[in-house]
Design a protein around this ligand. Structure first.
Ligand code: UDP
Length: 500
C-alpha cells in the first residue's frame, strides 16, 4: 500500500531536469538518446548535449518524441575541431577509418569548458554522462548535483575490462593467443591477449584516460547499463567487490521501442540513402519465407579488407540461405567476387550504408544474425530472439562473444581461430568457416534447434524485463527515485547543518 505521505510527497515533486552527454560514436549516442526518451516518457525533462554531426544522427528521433508531447530536446555545442586537429565535420568515430578513430578522443578534454559552461548555466538536477567524460564528476560536484555514468558496453564486459585494467593479467603473457583465465566470475572464462581491446594494454589517448574513468565511475551515484537483470545480473556480486555504487539495468533499450514510429529512422539521420534502404529491405523481406533470411551487419564503424569482404561474400553465398548483408559505403566494390551479384540475385541483398537494424531484426523473415558483437547489436539480436553468428572485430566485442556463445549458448563463432581485437583483418575468416557457422544455426538438427530455442526463451525474458513491473521497468523508476532521494538527502543534510 502506498502511504498517503509518500503519495503527497510524490505529487509535490517538480519534474526532474536531466542533462545527457553522449560520446562521439553512434553506438553510444543512439542508446543514450533512447534512455533520455524513456525517462522523458516518465515525466523527466531531458536535454541531450550533442555536437552538430552527432545531433543530426538523432534529430528526427528527438523531434518525433517532442512532437508526441515529451519534454525532450537537443542542445548543440560546437565540436572542438581546430583544437583537436580534426577536419571540420569529423565528429564521430564512424567518420574515421577504425585505425584512426582514437583521434576522436583528442577532442574530449577540449569539450570541458563548453560543457562546464552549459551545465552551470542550466543547472540540471543530475547529469548522465558517458564514461568517456570522467571530469563531468567534478563539474557535477561543483554544481551540487549527482553524476550518473552511462556505460555503453555490457555489464560482463564492463567488469572484465575493469579487472584487466587494474590487475593487468596479460602483462607477462608473451604469446598473443595464450588464453588467460578471468578469475572469480560465476563461470569459467578465458580470454586471449589479442582479444583484449588495445586501450586496456597499450598506451593510447583513451588508455591514459582510463584510471580517471574508473575513479569517476566510483565517485558517481551509479551506473546505467543497457542490459537486463535476467541476462547479466549474475555479475552483480563480482561488480560489488570493486564498486559500491548503484546500478540500473534499463534494457534492452531498443526493445522498448520496437513498435514506435521512429524505429525505422533510428540512428540513420545523416545517411541520405537510409530511407530508400528501408523501403528496399522491407519490400524484399515481404517476398521471403519466415525465419529464412540471414541478416549480416557489422555496426556503425567496421572496416574490412577487400580479402575479408570477398571471403564474406563467398561464405554467405555458400551457406545457401537468403541473406541481407549491410556493407559500409567506404568499403567500395573492388573486392566483389566475379559474378557474385548475378549468382545470388533474388536470394541475396547487398545493402550499402545505413539499415534500420532494429526494425529489420524484428521482421518475421529473419532467422539468424551475423554480428560483430557490438553491445547494442547483441541486445537487439537477443531481443529479436535470433540465434547469432558471432564475428567480433574490436574493442570489447570478444567479451560479448563469450557471453553469447559460451555462457548462454545462443550463438556460434564465425571462426574458431583466435583473432585480434586490434586488427580485425589479421586473421581472415574463410568462406567455408562462415558457411559452416551459418549452417550450424540455420539448418535442421538438434544442436541448431537448441540454439534457436534458447534464443527465443531469452527474448521472452527480455520482453518481460521491459514490460510494466519487469526488472528494467522497475530500475528505470528506481533511477528517477534515487535522484529525488539524493536531493532530499542533500536538503536534509543542509537543514541539519543550519540547525547546528
Ligand atoms: N545500426 C543500424 N544500422 C546500421 C548499422 C548500425 O541501425 O546499418 C545501429 C545498430 O542497430 C546499433 C548501433 O547502430 O544500435 C551500433 O551499435 P553497436 O554497439 O552494435 O556497434 P558499434 O557501431 O558501436 O560498433
Amino acid at each position: 500500500m502506498v502511504s498517503v505521505a509518500v503519495a503527497a510527497a510524490a505529487a509535490d515533486r517538480r519534474p526532474l531536469r536531466l542533462f545527457f552527454i553522449p560520446y562521439f560514436a553512434s553506438g553510444h549516442v543512439i542508446p543514450l538518446v533512447d534512455i533520455a526518451r524513456f525517462l522523458a516518457a516518465r515525466g523527466v525533462d531531458s536535454t541531450i548535449l550533442a555536437t552538430p554531426c552527432n545531433a543530426a544522427l538523432v534529430r528526427s528521433t528527438v523531434d518525433d518524441a517532442a512532437a508526441a508531447g515529451l519534454r525532450i530536446q537537443l542542445l548543440e555545442y560546437p565540436f572542438p575541431s581546430a583544437e583537436s586537429g580534426l577536419p571540420p565535420g569529423v565528429e564521430n568515430i564512424s567518420a574515421l577509418p577504425p585505425s584512426e578513430c582514437h583521434k576522436i578522443d583528442h577532442a574530449i578534454p577540449f569539450t570541458r569548458p563548453t560543457l562546464e559552461h552549459l551545465l552551470g548555466l542550466h543547472r540540471p538536477d543530475a547529469v548522465v554522462s558517458d564514461a568517456h567524460f570522467p571530469w563531468t564528476v567534478d563539474i557535477a560536484r561543483e554544481l551540487g548535483i549527482p553524476r550518473i555514468t552511462f556505460a555503453a558496453v555490457g555489464f560482463l564486459a564492463y567488469c572484465i575490462s575493469q579487472y584487466a585494467w587494474e590487475k593487468q593479467p596479460f602483462k607477462d603473457v608473451t604469446r598473443d593467443d595464450e588464453l588467460v583465465p578471468i578469475p572469480d566470475l560465476p563461470h569459467p572464462l578465458l580470454l586471449a591477449r589479442s582479444e583484449i581491446p588495445d586501450f586496456l594494454i597499450r598506451n593510447t589517448v583513451f588508455g591514459r584516460l582510463i584510471d580517471e574513468i574508473y575513479e569517476a565511475d566510483k565517485a558517481s551515484l551509479g551506473l546505467i547499463i543497457n542490459s537486463f537483470t535476467e541476462f547479466e545480473g549474475i555479475y552483480l556480486d563480482y561488480f560489488r567487490r570493486v564498486f559500491s555504487i548503484k546500478t540500473w539495468f534499463v534494457g534492452p533499450i531498443a526493445l522498448k521501442d520496437s513498435e514506435s514510429h521512429s524505429v525505422g529512422v533510428r540512428g540513420g539521420g545523416v545517411d541520405p540513402a537510409a530511407v530508400g534502404n528501408r523501403a528496399r529491405c522491407l519490400s524484399w523481406f515481404s517476398e521471403q519465407k519466415p525465419s529464412s533470411v540471414v541478416y549480416a551487419c557489422f555496426g556503425s564503424w567496421s572496416q574490412f579488407s577487400g580479402e575479408q569482404l570477398r571471403e564474406m561474400a563467398l561464405g554467405l553465398e555458400a551457406a545457401g540461405h537468403p541473406f541481407l548483408w549491410v556493407v559500409r559505403e567506404a568499403d567500395g566494390t573492388e573486392w566483389m567476387p566475379h559474378g557474385f551479384e548475378q549468382r545470388v540475385k533474388g536470394r541475396g541483398l547487398v545493402l550499402r550504408g545505413w539499415a534500420p537494424q532494429v526494425e529489420l531484426l524484428s521482421h518475421a523473415a529473419v532467422g539468424a544474425f551475423v554480428t560483430h558483437c557490438g553491445w547494442n547489436s547483441i541486445l537487439e539480436g537477443v531481443s529479436a530472439g535470433l540465434p547469432m553468428v558471432t564475428w567480433p572485430i574490436g574493442t570489447e566485442q570478444f567479451m560479448n562473444e563469450k557471453l553469447v556463445v559460451e555462457r548462454l549458448r545462443i550463438g556460434v563463432k564465425a571462426s574458431d581461430s583466435i583473432r585480434s581485437a586490434m586488427d580485425p583483418n589479421r586473421t581472415i575468416v574463410k568462406a567455408t568457416e562462415l558457411a559452416r557457422a551459418i549452417g550450424s544455426i540455420m539448418d535442421a538438427g538438434e544442436a541448431a534447434e537448441g540454439t534457436r530455442r534458447r534464443s527465443r526463451e531469452l527474448a521472452e525474458k527480455a520482453r518481460a524485463a521491459v514490460e510494466k513491473d519487469g526488472s528494467s521497468d522497475k530500475d528505470l523508476n528506481d533511477l528517477i527515485e534515487d535522484i529525488y532521494v539524493w536531493h532530499d538527502n542533500k536538503k536534509t543534510a543542509a537543514g541539519k547543518a543550519v540547525d547546528i
